[in-house]
Design a protein around this ligand. Structure first.
Ligand SMILES: Nc1nc2c(ncn2[C@@H]2O[C@H](COP(=O)(O)OP(=O)(O)OP(=O)(O)O)[C@@H](O)[C@H]2O)c(=O)[nH]1
Length: 541
């Protein structure tokens, strides 16, 4: 929030203080900062700046004071940003005259002039016509996926990117053999995290930069202007045989100007790429789980929403697969806690729900020592269903956490039983990951030029099949692949949990491979069928 104050306002005056304090009730934790980043508390006297950014940071030490705390929530935007890019204008060409025309026209005949031009060392085409220098090409703007980038936060500080313009033809008005084209401006390459989707602001899908090195040209640099030869009218016709770039009249001068670059407003949306997505209510222990089994160092605290950005961790490969495959690790994403109503934008949840799209397995973390763990579990399933019913088709396991606490330990057997029974026996859709993250649905949605994530979510959950799924409850979706009790803090039951995660992942991989092979075979069959149709059947002898 920024308060704009009129420069003439005596800020230290009583009136200001009264106006300000009556019109803007502010919490104690409010900090004023100028647009240059300096800060004052609101009791400071003699504030002399005109733009005051009001922000209040999350206060880790006082979790209870959440209601009165103003939060600017930069974390909400780490994964979404609008930037403006501009490619460079093309450099200008030049209007040139032949050097010896004026000096020699009196002393030599027309024939001599043409001969001298023909003999000169000007650049020529294969047909002998003169090549005149051109203005340099303006710089293109390219966005590419860079593994070293983790979030889109930096684009909030700098949201405008302009490539350089091409160089002009450096001429003094006379054609010489030393004239060069204007220099072509370098391409401006903007790195973004792997998994960034690029689309026009409120519009067309442009690219899904899902792999390192994927790139897209988002603004093409302007073309350089051409150069023209200026000639007195009576000599023009003859010269036109030597060069096509002869200026016919003043209006031709427009061709000398470089083309302007393109400007585009782009929306960048980061979708975390991870094999496993950890979901659960705030405080369930997701970050602790991630820290227990990977080298990730997420924030852990005993109050909700410690996780403001998805944390990624890498799990070592499966040792049972042997040396060759052991090194192939799995990425886990710890998503901020979901709360009831997250799909409507409550809490931090909805912003992060889309990150589940690229995961192949979900791990539900439930605080088994909570008041009503079954209800908590249902709440999260329900939120996922409301956001996108397809998420409930995805394979998942449930970790009943905190079994080091007596309350959780005692009820573990009954909890396992109850959770295992929620859902139908139908096998989860192991092909989910291939259906969702690829261009198909996403591109389809974006091509419909939908502005907001909410619509996107809506569309994902609309359509004929999804109408049915809206009628379905969480009981109609597949049961978990496994339910395990663990204490991720005290490292109890970790081995079993890891075993279940790896087994589930292996199943996903196997089914993906099977699907891939099926697709290839189907393709071969189609090709064979087409081929057969083309070959006329010979009558039997
Ligand atoms: N006793 C016990 N406490 C745990 C266990 N796992 C996590 N905790 C505690 O539970 C609290 C919340 O843990 P986090 O890992 O931050 O929970 P989270 O689900 O990531 O929370 P959000 O970031 O809000 O989504 C912390 O105080 C942890 O120390 C466990 O197995 N046993």
């Amino acid at each position: 929030m920024a308060l704009l104050l009129h420069p003439s306002l005596p800020l230290s005056s009583q009136r200001f203080r009264e106006d300000f304090s009556t019109r803007c009730p502010i919490p104690k934790s409010l900090v004023f900062s100028t647009n240059r980043g300096r800060q004052w508390s609101h009791s400071s006297k003699g504030i002399q700046y005109f733009v005051i950014n009001c922000r209040s940071a999350r206060i880790k030490e006082s979790p209870s004071s959440n209601a009165s705390t103003l939060i600017r929530e930069p974390h909400k935007y780490f994964d979404q940003v609008v930037i403006t890019v501009r490619s460079g204008d093309g450099g200008h060409g030049a209007v040139l005259s032949l050097p010896n025309v004026r000096n020699t026209s009196k002393s030599h005949g027309k024939h001599d002039q043409e001969m001298s031009m023909k003999k000169s060392s000007y650049k020529r085409d294969s047909d002998g016509s003169l090549i005149l220098p051109m203005g340099g090409h303006g710089g293109d703007v390219v966005i590419y996926a860079d593994e070293s980038k983790e979030s889109l936060l930096e684009f909030h500080k700098k949201s405008r990117y302009s490539a350089k313009r091409g160089g002009n033809v450096d001429a003094m008005g006379t054609l010489t053999s030393q004239l060069h084209d204007g220099y072509a401006a370098p391409m401006l390459r903007i790195p973004v995290p792997v998994g960034t989707v690029v689309r026009r602001k409120r519009g067309k899908f442009l690219a899904d930069l899902a792999r390192p090195g994927d790139e897209i040209l988002v603004a093409r640099g302007g073309q350089g202007g051409i150069s023209l030869l200026e000639m007195p009218e009576h000599k023009r016709k003859r010269l036109m045989a030597l060069s096509s770039n002869v200026m016919r009249d003043e209006s031709d001068k427009v061709l000398v100007l470089g083309q302007p670059g393109e400007e585009a407003s782009l929306e960048l949306i980061l979708r975390v790429v991870a094999d496993v997505g950890l979901v659960g209510l705030p405080n369930a222990g997701k970050s602790t789980l991630l820290a227990a089994i990977t080298l990730a160092k997420p924030d852990i605290a005993d109050y909700p929403f410690t996780t403001l950005m998805p944390n990624l961790g890498r799990l070592d490969g499966d040792p049972t697969l042997g040396a060759l495959k052991y090194s192939s690790g799995t990425t886990l994403a710890d998503l901020p806690g979901l709360i009831e109503g997250a799909h409507l934008g409550k809490g931090l949840g909805r912003n992060f729900l889309r990150h589940l799209r690229r995961t192949r397995l979900l791990v539900h973390v439930v605080d088994a020592a909570a008041e009503d763990p079954i209800n908590d579990y249902r709440t999260v399933r329900e939120e996922l269903r409301m956001y996108n019913p397809d998420y409930l088709q995805r394979p998942y396991i449930v970790v009943l956490n905190k079994i080091d606490l007596p309350k959780a330990r005692d009820r573990l057997p009954s909890l396992v039983q109850e959770v295992s029974k929620i859902g139908c026996r139908e096998a989860p859709n192991l092909e989910m990951r291939q259906e969702l993250p690829t261009e198909s649905k996403e591109a389809h949605i974006m091509r419909q030029e939908l502005p907001t994530e909410s619509k996107e979510a809506h569309i994902l959950s609309s359509g004929a099949s999804n109408e049915e799924s809206n009628e379905k409850g969480i009981k109609d979706y597949p049961r978990p692949l496994a339910v395990v009790g663990a204490s991720v803090l005290k490292l109890i039951g970790i081995d079993e949990m890891l075993r279940e995660i790896r087994t589930a992942l292996r199943k996903c991989e196997d089914s993906e491979k099977a699907l891939e092979t099926g697709k290839v075979q189907e393709n071969h069959r189609l090709i064979a069928d087409t081929y057969e149709q083309k070959i006329p059947k010979l009558p039997a002898l």
